[in-house]
Design a protein around this ligand. Sequence first.
Ligand SMILES: Cc1cc2nc3c(=O)[nH]c(=O)nc-3n(C[C@H](O)[C@H](O)[C@H](O)COP(=O)(O)OP(=O)(O)OC[C@H]3O[C@@H](n4cnc5c(N)ncnc54)[C@H](O)[C@@H]3O)c2cc1C
Length: 419
Amino acid sequence: MDEIPQTISCRCCIVGGGPAGMMLGFLLARAGADTLVLEKHQDFFRDFRGDTIHPSTLEIMDELGLYDEFLKLPHQETRLLKAQVGETELPMADFTHLPTRAKFLAFMPQWDFLDFLARQAKHYPAFRLEMGAEAIGLIVEGERVAGVKVKTAQGSLEARADLMIAADGRSSLVRREARLVPKEFGAPMDVLWFRLSWKEGDPEQTFGRMDGGQILVLINRGTYWQCGYVIPKGTALELKAQGIAALKERVENLAPFLQGRAAELKSFDDVNLLTVAVDRLPLWHKPGLLCIGDAAHAMSPVGGVGINLAIQDAVAAANILAEPLSGAGPVSNELLAQVQKRREWPTKVIQGLQVVIQKRVISRVLAGTGTISPPWFLRLFIRFPVLRCFPAALVGLGIRREHVLSNERLDGTANSASG
Ligand SMILES: Cc1cc2nc3c(=O)[nH]c(=O)nc-3n(C[C@H](O)[C@H](O)[C@H](O)COP(=O)(O)OP(=O)(O)OC[C@H]3O[C@@H](n4cnc5c(N)ncnc54)[C@H](O)[C@@H]3O)c2cc1C
């Protein structure tokens, strides 16, 4: 006889404990809405895509009264973001003039950020987080998405909710099963992701270098460099066939101060392939389901803004949905449409810019061979420091900044599912 799965009911069930899912889970629980977050991994400690905490995210932390505590976690602060094009160092984004409390970009391992959100969320009785719980299928009743089937180490579950949120990233199972099909915009590159040790005398700041058909991004994580080596899309196998020595040589040529350290890469087992995609759903919702973050719009790493957009989606969704979800009754499709309406335009603009930069800059750099030098308009950033404020505002604050409007319910009343 088939095992009868255990059923969990809640007002809102969020699939995916990444930046979008954890922030929304925290905000909804803070407003007293009975919320369950399902994360397929057992912990947050794994290689993520990106470590950047933007001034706008820090502003959200400030609005939540968590700013000082959050910044006690180990992090690096970057006030001036630089890129090296060929032999020329370009100061690209100056965050010191932003009209926010945090006038810097914080680099923090994403697991620390997610752990922090989980710890804060657990103060609210309306919050539940199930780690090692993977959504493997949707439960649909009539036209309405009513829940997900979940696989855990202890067996299978059904999580039923008045509202399901897909925050399960760029390969979202939930959006696929809900037959929500994204429009794809393409990306010319993938990223090889690996670590090399940090040593005394190394540059302090995170930076990127472009030259001779190659791009290397180095993120200072205190004791080691998190390296992102950008390769033309689909060429990972070709590179692998050349052996690890070829990758080491390229990295050492691009960042000579790493000379000798590339030996820390013993084989391609030490290197993760992160695939890059840019896509967006024409419709982010259907009855009983809303997609946010990369599940609604996969972001390119260009500009390092995907986490920021995911957080902004979560704040906007909580502003619109926290009150109805902390009451009883179904959440209307109109409310879900309001979330899309609020976040679609900023997403379109940022993705549009990412696609232009991918085509005009990244593709050209990757297709080149010889040493490159920056075009004239980028050289203007050296002569006119004021120009550095524009990329800083775009990267650091984004477009249509969200603010926390949902209230905190200190009694933490947990409302159970209406159905
Ligand atoms: C190579 C690369 C580098 C990047 N670098 C940066 C950067 O430096 N800064 C930046 O801001 N953005 C960066 N981005 C973009 C950024 O990673 C994303 O935009 C951001 O992570 C989106 O957050 P999210 O919460 O929507 O999704 P994700 O971060 O993808 O989180 C989704 C979560 O859902 C979980 N999950 C997936 N499927 C299931 C399931 N079936 N059941 C349960 N849980 C599930 C996953 O384990 C994960 O925890 C980068 C992207 C790439 C490709």
